[in-house]
Design a protein around this ligand. Structure first.
Ligand code: PMP
Length: 306
């Protein structure tokens, strides 16, 4: 058999071949194992009830962006749900770096998951033991590149952001159904991101991104108590704007504020900074990505390359 002949067509599709051959090394139970062997129990309450927490991080040039901040948020989420992560924050940082290195990730995405662990059927977390720490280092592209050029169209959806007294959006829990239901409603309206309002009818955040508006040279974003995740990218953009002498106001905002904004953009670890040019079929400003958005996008990219 001429193996060379058989493999010839595959050689012409090196990207496909690379994807087929790519098996990630997953950090699980304190070890790095091939992804085929990375398994958890079907009795893990992370699976049965969404009982657990997670983080999404990015690496740029092999360095994880704002690692300490993400790990701190993970531990805060865990604390809020009485979940003890079986390692220190320093050990978590080391495990994340180890996983990024083991997978030779240069510019990529890291997902950290901490589950409640295995227990009998029934909600009681006290009956669970052995929380699982899982770390995946991979690549991601959330939105197609042309959307960063043209800007995104989004819609506000009827699915309300979880009331902070029910499940505080500051907790990045494994139960993302609130966001997924909003995402579905957005997708059904032809939009890949959707804006959620809080129980007071104010703007909260998108399904996986925080939102910013620009009006008359001032940058606005909803405050944390509007019921949002304290985005690491949101914080980075606020710091960049303040450093550039831009006035930043964290105040309650309404749909009306969004409609009359000069510019709108979203921030998130996966999305980075992405312009929004249409909300609920209304053009924002000129209908094209605005100058402050472009400027902050540039500053953010420079920060990630530092
Ligand atoms: N809001 C929600 C609901 C999210 O899931 C995310 C993504 N983690 C964000 C905002 C953005 O947060 P960050 O900048 O930390 O990724």
């Amino acid at each position: 058999m001429d193996v060379g002949k058989i493999l010839a067509p595959l050689r012409e599709t090196p990207t496909l071949l690379a994807v087929i051959c790519m098996s990630r090394k997953i950090y699980i139970a304190g070890q790095l194992v091939p992804q085929e062997d990375a398994k958890i129990s079907v009795y893990d309450h992370g699976l049965l009830y969404g009982d657990g927490v997670f983080e999404g991080l990015r690496s740029y040039s092999r360095k994880v962006f704002r690692l300490a901040e993400h790990v701190e948020r993970l531990f805060n989420s865990a604390k809020a749900i009485w979940l003890t992560i079986p390692m220190t924050q320093q050990e978590m940082c080391a495990a994340i770096n180890q996983t990024v290195r083991a997978n030779d990730i240069v510019d990529g995405y890291v997902r950290v998951v901490v589950t409640r662990g295995t227990g009998p059927l029934g909600l009681d977390p006290n009956k669970c033991s052995n929380p699982q720490v899982i770390i995946i280092a991979d690549v991601i592209s959330l939105y197609p590149p042309e959307l960063y050029e043209r800007g995104l169209e989004i819609v506000t959806v009827s699915v309300m952001r979880t009331h902070p007294a029910a499940l505080n959006p500051r907790i990045k829990s494994l139960n993302y159904l609130n966001n997924i239901l909003a995402k579905i409603e957005g997708l059904q309206a032809g939009c890949i991101e959707a804006l959620m309002l809080n129980h007071k009818g104010e703007i909260s955040e998108c399904t996986g991104d925080n939102i910013f508006l620009v009006r008359k040279g001032v940058l606005y974003t909803p405050p944390i108590d509007a019921g949002i995740l304290e985005g690491v990218t949101r914080q980075a953009v606020i710091e960049l704007a303040e450093k550039a002498g831009i006035k930043v106001r964290q105040i309650p905002l309404t749909k009306h504020d969004v409609y009359i904004a000069d510019e709108v953009f979203l921030t998130g670890t996966a999305a980075e900074v992405v312009p929004v040019v249409k909300v609920d079929s209304r053009a924002i400003g000129t209908g094209e990505p605005g100058p402050m958005t472009r400027d902050l996008e540039k500053r953010f990219h420079a920060l990630t390359r530092e």
